[in-house]
Every structure is written in C-alpha cells, then in structure tokens.
Design a protein around this ligand. Structure first.
Ligand code: FMN
Ligand code: SF4
Ligand code: SF4
Ligand code: SF4
Length: 486
C-alpha cells in the first residue's frame, strides 16, 4: 500500500521476530545502549517531551510528560506497564507489532524504566493473542541471555526485569486503572483518578502505562532524535499512526501513515475505495467509542484535534468504512451492543444507561420507535457522557450522538415512515413481486422456507406479507429482477 511511513511497524515483516540477532542486525538495542552510555534519565525524558510523541492507546497524552511525572515521585519501586489489551472490535495494530517486532517493545520498556528510575516491567496482554505471547516470551529469554534485560544491563548498574500478565479479554481492562486492578488480582474495574498511575499505580507505586504502538516508536526516536520525529505530522500530533482499515473497503488491512494524512487519502488512495462501485457513506474512527465521519470530512487531516473537532476521535486506530448499504441506526445499535456487554457495571449511568439506549435503538430498528425516543436518546446519551466514571461510559454514547447528528433523517425514516432507507432493518422491509417483470417461473415459491409465495406456472406470483419472514431467499433466486426489497 502506497503513501505510508513506517516507524512503529518499521521492522514488522522485515526481520525474523523470533530472532534477537535479526533485531540487532537492524540496529536493535542500540537506543537502550545509547541511553545507558550517553544520557541521564532526565535527558531521556527531555528528548521524549521534545519529540512530541503522544500516547497511541486513545487518550493522546504526551509520553514524555507522563514519564516526567513518574520520575519525579520518589519510590524504591516503580513500574513500566505495557498495555497490550487491545479490545476494540476488529483492531489488531498492537498484535501486529508484538508478533512482528517484539524486541522493540521490550527495548522501549527498558528505556522507560531507565527514564523514570524503575526496574520492573509488566506486559498486560490478552490471552487471545497466543502467537504474540509466544514471541514475547522468546524475546524476553533471548534478551536476558544476552544481558539486555535482567541485572546490570550492558555491564551498567541499571537492571530491568520483565514479566507477562494475561487478560481474559474484557474491553474495560484496557482502561489503565481497570488494568492495574486486574494485574493485582482484583476485579477489572476502573477507579477514580487522581491519583494517576504515574503517582500511585501498580501496587500503589509510581507506574507508567503505555500502549504497544507508543512504545514501538521510542527506540527509533532515541536513535534519530526528537527533531526528526517532530518534523513528521501536524502542529499538535507528531509522527505516524497505525490504522486498521476494514469494512466496505477494497484494501482491508493495517497501514501506518504520517499524522495529517487525510481520510480521502486513507480510504481512496491507500484503501483503494469502496468495492463494487458503491457509494462511500461514512467511516467510524475511534472504534466503539468514536463517531461516524462522512464525505464532508474526507478532507480532514487526521490528527487528535481535527478528529475531535469533527465530533469523532482517533482512538487506538480502528477505522470501519461503511457504504450506501449500511444503516446508521443499525451501526449504532451494533456498537452499543458491544459496549453494553463490556460495561463493568460499577456505575449506574453506564450500566443501566447503556441498556436503556440499546433498547431504544432496538425499538427504532424494529419500527416501534417514536419521536420521543429520539429526544430521550439524545438526552440520555449526554447524561451518560457527563456522569460515567471511566472512559468506557464517557464515550459509549458517541456512536449514537454522532449518527443522530449526521444521519438524523435516517432515524426519522425509521420512526415516521417505518422504513429503513438502506434496506438493512429486517422488520421494516417488504419483499414484493413486480407484476410486469414476473414470468411465473416458480423458482421463488420453491425456495421460500415458509411457503408464503403463491402463483401458478407462467402467472404472476404474489407474496403473503403476513407470513413472510423476510429471509431474502426469493430475491436471490429470481433471475428476472422481479422481486424488490423496500
Ligand atoms: C474502555 C477503555 C479501553 C481501553 N483500552 C486500551 C487498550 O486496549 N490499549 C491501550 O493501550 N489503551 C487502552 N485504553 C487507554 C488506556 O486507559 C491508557 O490511556 C493507555 O494505555 C495509555 O497509554 P498511552 O499513553 O501510550 O496511550 C483504554 C481506555 C478505555 C477507557
Ligand atoms: S463507566 Fe462503565 S465501564 Fe467505566 S466504571 Fe462505570 S460502569 Fe464500569
Ligand atoms: S422467481 Fe421471479 S420471475 Fe419467477 S415466479 Fe418468482 S418472482 Fe416471478
Ligand atoms: S423473503 Fe423469504 S419468507 Fe419472504 S417471501 Fe421471500 S423467500 Fe419467502
């Protein structure tokens, strides 16, 4: 795929991820060596601040600033945590980095430890990533054998040990405080901040939690310098971003592009546009917490601020493309279904609010919604955002609010006309035979699972609407385009 710039994924696919020699051959562990030999901890933090690197896990917090906070708290133990929970549906950016270049993450964690004055690292990785886990384990062993992890790294007095902890696949455990709870053996529920983990995190010790992709950038930044990184991207968002583009797009997959690349470039140049000559309808950025952007936003240079200004967000890099055949009410319902399942239940607005929102969406897709439901949804969504404890609840209503804003006419069609303009919501569909086109071949009647099509051979057939279960089998079977779905 063209127009890409690979920093976080620079080695994936080029080196043997199971061989430390292969990583060393492309300059691996030189950044750690440089930090230990030539830089004080404060220099490393300064360099990270100057680079402008911001967290790729979703919040976009400046990495150097976070490291600076943890460095300033005095403690005999400090932790570096790699967040490899990656729970967004359809996202696999972090998995690709861990499977393709595990040493870059280990090296960055050791650099983080050196910078904040910490000697212990933990990678919290979901157990559903067996290949990434296998390669991380191998990489840790290899690095220990070579004296690149463990005691007295490279003959210095800096020691850094790493362990893995496995997540059971709960989306909320990617939230840093829930992750810490889970690592400590508690329920994976978020807690209120402050104190932030940088002050009191894992076992109440100063802890930096960083995303896999954030970490993978770090060795390259140390070696090439803050200015090099700072020149890539936009005014406020430096470097590149890895995106996972999927849905109705020709080139599905993982891409890494400089911040500031437009959605137009990502979807139509790199992604190759929409399959089967269909019209682009929307793109959901930010996963289940994000919002839908339309053709009006295609010129938007992708960065943290621009996406927020257009009522969506960067998130961790999921991008789901939708075409004219997608119903935006059904899309909102899909995301709500996910977050409703994933709420930890600790606070009422999120636990109960998600259910009520889902129920209203469900009613609308079944043709039972009212005008009042639309207004109730809007007000409940705003309430949940304002009162939920953690980022999951605070962002959960975003898909509803953004589709209500941009595609309100679609909601109204479901509620007022009892129609789904995209032809997705089954309960609102009607299959009918166009008399002028029907030649009476009987094929539709033969495939109908509930025998609700009647007609003699060579005569126009008729569908009994009260018995039709809207399976679509007749539509697929008719060779004369005589059956329509409305
Ligand atoms: C519901 C929820 C899920 C999250 N899941 C992840 C995740 O899977 N991976 C991740 O790195 N950050 C995730 N985050 C963000 C983390 O809380 C945290 O901001 C991030 O790990 C910090 O690393 P960074 O500064 O390098 O981005 C999630 C946040 C929320 C609210
Ligand atoms: S907002 Fe939702 S996920 Fe977050 S603490 Fe409350 S109930 Fe749990
Ligand atoms: S398959 Fe088409 S043409 Fe044949 S009977 Fe049915 S509607 Fe008519
Ligand atoms: S949609 Fe299915 S159930 Fe309805 S008429 Fe066609 S084949 Fe029969």
């Amino acid at each position: 795929m063209a127009n890409q710039l690979r920093i976080a994924t620079r080695n994936s696919g080029f080196i043997d991820p199971e061989s430390i020699e292969s990583y060393i051959a492309v300059g691996g562990y030189q950044a750690l060596g440089k930090c230990l030999a030539e830089m004080k901890s404060a220099d490393v933090i300064e360099l990270m601040k100057n680079s402008g690197l911001r967290g790729r896990g979703g919040a976009g917090f400046p990495t150097g600033v976070k490291w600076g906070f943890a460095a300033k708290y005095a403690s005999n133990t400090k932790y570096v945590v790699c967040n490899a929970d990656e729970g967004d549906p359809g996202a696999f950016m972090d998995r690709a980095v861990l499977e393709g270049d595990p040493h870059s993450v280990l090296e960055a964690m050791a650099i983080g430890g050196y910078a904040i004055g910490g000697n212990k690292g933990t990678i919290y990785i979901r157990a559903e990533y067996p290949l990434a886990i296998k390669r991380l384990k191998m990489a840790i062993e290899q690095a220990k054998e070579m004296g690149l992890l463990g005691d007295n790294i490279m003959g210095t007095d800096f020691s850094f040990d790493l362990e893995l902890k496995y997540g059971a696949g709960a989306f909320v455990c990617g939230e840093e405080t829930a992750l810490i709870n889970s690592m400590e053996g508690n329920r994976g529920e978020p807690y209120t901040k402050p104190p932030f983990p940088a002050e009191a995190g894992y076992w109440d010790k100063p802890t930096i939690v960083n995303n896999v992709e954030t970490l993978a950038n770090i060795p390259a930044i140390i070696m090439k310098g803050a200015d090099w990184f700072n020149k890539i991207g936009t005014e406020t968002s430096k470097g590149t971003k890895v995106f996972c583009i999927c849905g109705k797009i020709n080139n599905v997959g993982l891409i890494e592009v400089p911040m500031g690349t437009t959605l137009q470039e990502v979807i139509f140049e790199i992604g190759g546009g929409i399959p089967h000559g269909k019209q682009f309808k929307a793109v959901q950025t930010g996963g289940p917490s994000g919002g839908a952007l339309t053709y009006k936003d295609l010129d938007a240079p992708i960065d943290y601020e621009n996406l927020i200004a257009r009522q969506s967000m960067m998130g961790s890099g999921g991008m789901i493309v939708m075409d004219e055949d997608d119903c935006m009410v059904a899309v909102s319902k899909f995301f709500l279904d996910f977050t409703m399942d994933e709420t930890c239940g600790k606070c009422t607005p999120c636990r109960i609010g998600s259910k009520r929102l889902y129920e209203m969406l469900d009613k609308i897709t079944k043709g039972l919604g009212t005008e009042e439901d639309i207004e109730k949804m809007r007000s409940l969504a705003v309430n949940i955002k304002d009162t939920a404890l953690c980022g999951l609840g605070q962002t959960m209503p975003n898909p509803v609010l953004s589709t209500l804003r941009v595609f309100e006419d679609e909601y109204r069609a479901h509620v007022q006309d009892k129609k789904c303009p995209a032809g997705v919501c089954t309960e609102l569909l009607e299959f009918t035979v166009v008399a002028e086109k029907c030649v009476g071949c009987t094929l539709c009647a033969k495939v109908c699972p509930v025998n609700c099509i009647s007609g003699k051979p060579k005569e126009v057939h008729v569908i009994d609407q009260s018995a039709c279960i809207k399976c679509g089998a007749c539509l697929d079977k008719c060779k004369f385009d005589a059956i329509i779905k409305q």
